[in-house]
Design a protein around this ligand. Structure first.
Ligand SMILES: [Zn+2]
Length: 194
């Protein structure tokens, strides 16, 4: 009933918000968007041969404490700080030392990028409007590691909870040589067995 009332009151806004979300779905990441819950973020870890990929998706609120376009210098600084911290993939994620993994690349998809490195090439304005209109916004980051000894990849230590104290739970999925699995990580249990 609430949805019908919203559509009746503001059909254009509702359509825009929906389109904004769809621009992100080509990542195959609909679950993260469907489960936009403050304090909770998702992590996907996939390893194949020497490549280790990590995808992190989070409500922006977990990272900066708001979900609208930054309006003040303080908010712009908070966004820039979050981007800087998220680009430090080697600091946020520590694969088993014996696997000798090196961070090769980081992609950030922020709704309001502060550093001019925006890789997301389409749907900018719609996505931005949608972020403001429905009162929520997400940020996604992707990390690519190359591991010299992948059969020694046993665990992934995460520093996300120390770095972003508003984050309370990380819902993690993994697909590695040892199979698939999922785990709920918390500040007291921040390591993902691989
Ligand atoms: Zn939100």
């Amino acid at each position: 009933m609430a949805c019908a009332a919203l559509v009746g009151a503001a059909p254009l806004q509702a359509v825009h918000a929906h389109e904004g979300h769809e621009t992100h779905e080509h990542h195959g990441d609909h679950e993260a968007h469907a489960a936009h819950e403050h304090g909770v973020a998702t992590l996907r870890v996939v390893s194949a041969d020497t490549v280790l990929m990590i995808e992190f998706a989070s409500p922006l609120d977990n990272l900066v404490g708001f979900e609208h376009e930054p309006r003040t210098d303080e908010q712009r600084k908070a966004m820039a700080d979050a981007e800087r911290l998220l680009r430090d993939g080697a600091g946020l994620f520590r694969p088993s030392a014996g696997a000798e993994c090196l961070l090769l690349g980081v992609k950030l998809d922020s709704p309001w990028p502060q550093d001019g490195h925006h890789e997301h090439r389409h749907g900018h304005d719609e996505a931005h409007e949608a972020g403001g209109d429905d009162g929520h916004a997400d940020l996604e980051a992707e990390y690519r590691f190359e591991c010299a000894t992948p059969d020694r990849l046993k665990v992934l230590q995460t520093r996300l909870f120390d770095t972003f104290p508003r984050l309370r739970e990380l819902r993690a999925e993994r697909a590695t040589a040892s199979g698939q699995g999922s785990a709920a990580l918390t500040p007291g249990k921040a390591d993902l067995p691989l």
